[in-house]
Design a binder for this molecule. Structure first.
Ligand code: ISJ
Length: 377
């Protein structure tokens, strides 16, 4: 089965009637947050309260309040959450949202990969060696592309471009302080809850889109048939289902993955549904990090990531979203994103490594994943 949109995402509350394109155009770095998905979005303005410790969420939310922002990959590091002064909900964005058709002009940028491409392949080779010794079944290894321009980056322009190109995904811009922003377009719903209905949509297993439509369909079909990718995907679904089972009733876990596509990639996808009285933020935190961004076993993967990746992930592979006082909300995995500050952009991309992975192919997969952000610059 193929679908354009990530399925089963909750609709935003009933008052969602603002024109999404003009609302999107109002986002500015410093003090406001944008978050949108296939069913609608929100612009949060002003800061009634900043929240660094997500344990405080239940205490700080009064009736009618919303908490929005991002949690980092490292659960012990401070979150970038706010209770805004004002929230405006919007309908889903349409194709007219402001695509300007430009891409990163390499003449304006200097780029610094961390590590160098050969260094990333060596990290993958080392992970495969550890898997051969036993004790590690899957680990997601990522790399960074640091970009420096000769002039400040147009963050609102980037956000508009991402929104125009990623209508079936989740687009976000979160204030990280001092005009630094987390900006991205993630295809992966970590978890949503609306009136007790829970949806999670883990992705794992990827292949690049092809320009030729026949090649493109064949690439998707090959991904769906790939034993290595299905194994990589099944590890994630198993862990997500196990974590949700602890707090959900009537959990429905499809046995077979389906395909979704972004602008740049095909992914294997499974939509898991259930019912829960737990808040969307508590559900999201109980899932994090899923093996779509960490690995299996969780602790061995965390150790491998810490030892092999020569940088801190910051908010990349953390989560971005919102929750209201009732616990309804939606949280997506912070993927296809970067931290943008002044004239610099730090972009991130990773790939799941399992036995059978080939270092050069995993490097190519991260390069394809970086395209989502590069196309917005
Ligand atoms: C880690 C990333 O993506 C994750 C890894 C995937 C994979 O290894 O196939 C697919 C989707 C995401 O869950 C990323 O985009 O940086």
């Amino acid at each position: 089965m193929t679908s354009e949109a990530t399925t089963g995402v909750l609709p935003v509350p009933d008052e969602a009637d603002a024109d999404p394109a003009s609302l999107l155009a109002e986002w500015r770095p410093g003090g406001s947050t944008w978050f949108s998905g296939p069913r609608g979005g929100l612009l949060a303005r002003g800061v009634a309260r900043r929240v660094e410790d997500p344990d405080e969420a239940g205490r700080v939310l009064g009736a009618g309040d919303v908490l929005v922002g991002a949690l980092p990959f490292d659960p012990a590091a401070p979150a970038a959450l706010v209770v805004p002064e004002q929230v405006t909900w919007a309908r889903p964005l349409a194709r007219s949202a402001g695509r300007r058709g430009r891409g990163a002009d390499p003449r304006h940028w200097r780029s610094f990969p961390v590590p160098e491409p050969a260094g990333y392949e060596a990290m993958v080779a080392e992970a495969l060696r550890r898997m051969g010794e036993g004790g590690l079944d899957k680990v997601v290894l990522s790399r960074v592309l640091d970009l420096v321009r000769d002039a400040p980056i147009d963050q609102p322009g980037m956000l508009r471009e991402l929104a125009a190109r990623n209508l079936s995904g989740y687009v976000f811009a979160v204030d990280l302080g001092a005009t630094s922003s987390l900006i991205g377009a993630s295809p992966e719903l970590l978890v949503s809850r609306r009136d007790g209905e829970v949806v999670a949509n883990p992705l794992a297993g990827s292949a690049p889109r092809r320009a030729d439509p026949v090649d493109d369909e064949a690439t998707g079909a090959a991904l769906l048939a790939s034993a290595k990718d299905r194994h990589e995907h099944a590890l994630v679904v198993r862990e997500v289902a196990a974590a949700l089972r602890a707090s959900c009733d009537d959990l429905d876990v499809p046995e077979e993955p389906s395909l979704i596509r972004t602008d740049a990639l095909w992914h294997l996808s499974t939509t898991i549904r259930g019912r829960s009285s737990a808040s969307s933020l508590d559900l999201a935190r109980s899932l994090h990090p899923t093996p779509a961004v960490g690995g299996v076993p969780r602790e061995a993967a965390r150790r491998a990531i810490g030892e092999l990746e020569p940088f801190s992930r910051g908010f990349y592979t953390g989560m971005v979203g919102w929750t209201d006082a009732s616990g309804d909300g939606e949280w997506v995995v912070a993927l296809r994103c970067g931290e943008i500050s002044g004239a610099t952009a730090r972009l991130y991309a990773g790939a799941g490594i399992v036995p059978g992975s080939v270092p050069a192919s995993e490097l190519a997969e991260t390069t394809t994943k970086l395209e989502t952000m590069l196309a917005s610059l």
